[in-house]
Write a protein of this length. Structure first.
Length: 595
């Protein structure tokens, strides 16, 4: 390994992250090795050493090896390349802030034949030059040549960030869906039933691809007597995507149900299943989503043999949860406690929140704080949402008796000498919960997720499911609860002068804060929705503060008062954002229960 730089040099390298411009990098930065830069960014030296050893075998660039091993996130790699080249770093979160009006301007001069080859326009700089994001130096010449007429300036982004920007703004998957929809309608009147089935499969695959590309979390199918509706949930907000004839809707939903193999069971009760593209030709054509995304489907049919069916498909992106802990924006108290938990040899840490609240991202980011070389990290998940090259990961199947499977898997993992175990979701299964508590009490650090409204409610939920209060009080480290709230578009937000908002911002912990609340309006820059991006509101209940109360079985209302200070609640975190003009009181109220 090359000799490490002095502390002052490392600090200067880290500071350069916030000072990049479009000008060429200075010589001193260019001479920095990726190894030194990774160390300056806080990457553990043992990670760098492990990557160096693996590089001797596969001869790939050091940053790529470290990323593939799961030792360094893709975003950290992009940041390192940014420092190495002197080009600005385009963060993952900036995709949500891409100006819709800029995209429309770019679309006017981007060649219709522009094919995605690893770089993408992301907007304009202050001088009106086109900003183009690339993943590494190898793409610079091609990117400059492609957009040479528009004075391109280069920035660096991770491959995942670049792909997401392209898919959201340039892939035109909505048009591909419309073409598939017309073909399916034409085929319904054809005597060729096999051909009609193929067009239905293509229509479904096109819908799945569109949902994946725009970042939707859920696809809803519902109907009335005359027509069917497809709705997508994106960024926590629902939007109508397309309508279709009732005949086509029935064919599509019937195909999904038939493919699930649960037609008979659905007549008796709601069913869950995995959505798969089974045609070999379509699997090849849609391989970009097949190998990255998992689709889980919930089906409900009206009783009495009715064909009135509703279906919801959950879209799980295997790359969506890769985030560095520091990028999540926690306050000092929360950061200190979460890092203390990850350094513990034993105990139970819970993440709570509804579906789509970002808890899996937080969970993985917390686990990334644990050194996977020094400690054996095992996971059992359904599905595996993020592949980590240095964890030992197991995916639970789609068995109806998933509780039995989860208990069996957890007991099997305990025989393989794990130090840290990620259980995934704690279901309404008393035996599974007791096994988790036993693991946390016998030399293992256990992480799990749970669906509750706030952090203290997790205690009530677990005790209702049979968790002994004495054991829970002993092993619990902390409970994190969170939500995602939309951020107001800075171009069109207008001041909120309502008395109800002013009264809500009169809390004692807000007295020293400058308060200018806003509400949404809508403009071309945000595509008329009034919001651009999302941010987390959260609360962390440290078990040390309430251990005696948990053991005593104290009432939930009392536990809430003692779990944390008023300013540390999820509602308070949201009010700070309202006071700062980042989100509106209306959006906070829709997502967080007021205490």
């Amino acid at each position: 390994m090359t000799q490490q730089r002095t502390n002052s040099e490392l600090v200067q390298a880290a500071n350069n992250r916030a000072e990049h411009t479009a000008a060429p990098a200075v010589t001193s930065i260019k001479r920095q090795s990726i190894e030194d830069i990774l160390l300056s960014l806080g990457v553990n030296e043992s990670y760098v050493r492990a990557a160096i050893e693996r590089r001797k075998v596969n001869q790939r660039p050091l940053h790529s090896v470290a990323r593939d091993m799961g030792l360094v996130s893709a975003e950290k790699v992009a940041e390192a390349i940014s420092i190495h080249t002197g080009w600005p770093y385009f963060k993952s979160a900036e995709v949500d802030l891409i100006d819709a009006e800029h995209i429309r301007q770019i679309a006017k001069f981007v060649d219709e034949k522009f094919n995605f080859t690893g770089f993408v326009p992301v907007g304009f700089d202050e001088q009106g030059r086109l900003r183009v994001a690339i993943p590494s130096q190898e793409k610079e010449t091609e990117a400059r040549n492609t957009f040479h007429a528009h004075r391109p300036v280069i920035c660096v982004a991770s491959e995942k960030t670049i792909q997401r920007a392209y898919r959201m703004f340039f892939a035109k998957t909505d048009g591909a869906f419309d073409i598939a929809k017309k073909a399916a309608m034409d085929a319904l009147n054809s005597p060729d039933d096999e051909g009609a089935q193929n067009t239905i499969q293509r229509l479904i695959a096109s819908l799945l691809r569109h949902a994946c590309y725009i970042g939707a979390s859920d696809i809803y199918f519902f109907s009335d007597p005359s027509e069917g509706t497809i709705k997508l949930k994106n960024g926590g907000r629902g939007e109508i995507f397309r309508f279709m004839s009732k005949t086509l809707y029935d064919r599509v939903t019937s195909f999904l149900i038939m493919q699930s193999g649960k037609q008979e069971e659905l007549n008796r009760a709601p069913q869950d299943a995995k959505v798969e593209i089974k045609s070999d030709a379509l699997r090849e054509e849609f391989s970009d989503i097949i190998h990255r995304y998992v689709f889980r489907m919930s089906m409900v049919q009206a009783p009495g043999g009715s064909k009135d069916r509703t279906i919801v498909i959950r879209v799980n992106d295997s790359q969506s949860a890769e985030s560095d802990f520091d990028s999540l924006g926690f306050d000092d108290r929360t950061t200190t406690l979460m890092r203390r938990y990850s350094g513990s040899p034993t105990g139970l840490v819970l993440m709570t929140g509804p579906t789509g609240s970002g808890k899996t991202t937080t969970l993985y980011a917390a686990l990334r704080e644990i050194n996977p070389i020094e400690r054996a990290i095992f996971t059992m998940e359904k599905p595996i949402e993020y592949r980590h090259g240095s964890w030992i990961q197991h995916e639970l199947g789609n068995d109806q008796h998933e509780g039995d499977e989860a208990r069996t898997m957890l007991k099997a993992l305990l025989r393989e000498a794990p130090d840290v175990i990620l259980v995934g979701e704690l279901r309404d299964d008393p035996e599974l919960i007791k096994t988790c508590l036993a693991a946390a009490n016998t030399g293992h650090l256990v992480y799990a997720t749970l669906h509750t409204n706030d952090a203290p409610s997790a205690i009530m939920r677990l005790t209702q499911l049979g968790a002994p209060k004495e054991v829970l009080a002993t092993v619990l480290k902390g409970v994190m609860a969170q939500r995602l709230v939309p951020l107001l578009c800075p171009h069109c937000k207008v001041e909120d002068t309502r008395d109800t908002t002013k009264r809500e911002l009169e809390k004692p912990y807000l007295q020293m804060r400058s308060k200018t609340p806003f509400i949404s309006k809508g403009c071309p820059h945000c595509d008329w929705v009034g919001f651009r991006g999302r941010a987390m509101v959260y609360e962390l209940m440290d078990a040390n503060a309430v251990r005696d109360q948990i053991e005593a079985g104290i009432a939930l209302s009392t536990l809430r008062k003692q779990a944390y200070g008023e300013s540390d609640s999820m509602w308070a975190k949201g009010l700070f954002m309202v006071a700062d003009g980042l989100t509106s009181l209306d959006q906070l109220t829709q997502r967080v229960d007021k205490p």
